[in-house]
Write a protein that binds this ligand. Structure first.
Ligand code: GLU
Ligand code: ZN
Length: 328
């Protein structure tokens, strides 16, 4: 097995993808579905796969979940060219604060960052949930604070969050699975947070600083992050990085229509590992993805020649996990 010790520069020719889970609990079938398809996509292209732990949020992410997560992916049969070596996780966002600080400073020097002193209550009062996904569009209140106002607020002890000034332009891209997309950041997203008031860097900043620095050329993940993509494209461009190809996946939903989540304890990998085999889980997921006519046991590597985005499509999949647990 080829071992790569250091990251090459972002201009390398080999396609490079990543799986970037948050270790905030044991993974469920939906996480495995995303991991498997991201892995198949890049293996079918002959590219490299990187594992990165997105454990920025100290309230949600626990170190114990981290090794468990890598071990669970190993159990499924996925392998990594970067980020998981000799049983150790190599890329952990909680260890990369200096990189996020540098990215933040780059944006700040370009005059793209400002402090926001709004309280949660003020934010709720000043903005309506956005029609499409329930997210709130920040009204830009603190964008125009004067230097004196900022100083006075800082001196009064208020700790600000830091926001990015979004451009008044439409960001367009072609998703490798969902096709042409566009978003006007100003009206559909608003100035978004780069750093929280407790000092923690936001997902949008960390994910782009990392995707850029790690030379990622393909991002495969659930469509719940499709609406974040224009923000990430804009940030990557501001940081001087090339923009990867984004391919968003359908999501797995339970028979009652709920999206699978980490709260569905019955679906977590711990239970799957006790009650079934990795080949059975892979076959079940490959069937859900449209890659197999029947949910037959299979190793991920045997699916590489069968992978195609036409088969995967964009429709969410209803899965009955009980069926997986009862048919061995
Ligand atoms: N860490 C994110 C999550 O677990 C995924 C980030 C990404 O793929 O861009 O939902
Ligand atoms: Zn504000």
């Amino acid at each position: 097995m080829l071992q790569r010790k250091s990251l090459r520069l972002p201009n390398h020719k080999t396609p490079r993808a990543r799986f970037a889970p948050s270790p905030s609990g044991r993974m469920h079938l939906g996480n495995l579905f995303a991991a498997l398809l991201a892995w198949l996509d890049i293996r079918a292209l002959g590219g490299e796969m990187l594992l990165r732990m997105e454990d920025l949020d100290p309230d949600r992410c626990k170190p114990a979940y981290l090794d468990q997560l890598a071990d669970d992916l190993d159990w499924l049969g996925l392998d990594w060219d970067l980020g998981w070596q000799a049983g150790k996780v190599a890329y952990q966002q909680s260890h990369r604060t200096a990189q996020y600080e540098a990215a933040f400073e780059t944006l700040a020097h370009r005059g793209l960052v400002y402090p926001c002193f709004c309280t949660r209550k003020e934010l709720l009062a000043a903005s309506a949930p956005h029609a499409s996904d329930g997210a709130r569009v920040y009204n830009g209140h603190c964008r125009t604070l004067s230097a004196q106002e900022k100083t006075a607020l800082l001196e009064s002890g208020r700790r600000p969050a830091w926001r990015l000034k979004v451009p008044a332009e439409v960001i367009s891209f072609v998703d490798g699975n969902f096709g042409p997309q566009q978003q006007k950041l100003e009206s559909e997203c608003g100035d978004f947070i780069l750093r929280r008031s407790d000092g923690v860097y936001a997902y949008q900043l960390a994910v782009t600083a990392d995707d850029g620095a790690m030379g990622i050329t393909r991002v495969v993940r659930g469509w719940d992050l499709l609406s974040s993509t224009p923000r990430q494209i804009w940030l990557l461009e501001q940081l001087g990085y090339p923009v990867p190809t984004y391919c968003h996946l359908p999501l797995l939903v339970s028979p009652d229509g709920r999206r699978l989540s980490k709260r569905d304890r019955d679906l977590d990998v711990g239970v799957l590992r006790q009650k079934t085999t990795p080949e059975a889980v892979t076959g079940f997921l490959a069937h859900a993805a449209g890659l197999l006519a029947k949910p037959e046991p299979v190793h991920p590597r045997d699916l590489i020649p069968l992978f195609s985005w036409e088969k995967v499509g964009t429709q969410d999949r209803i899965v009955d996990s009980e069926a997986l647990l009862t048919h061995r």
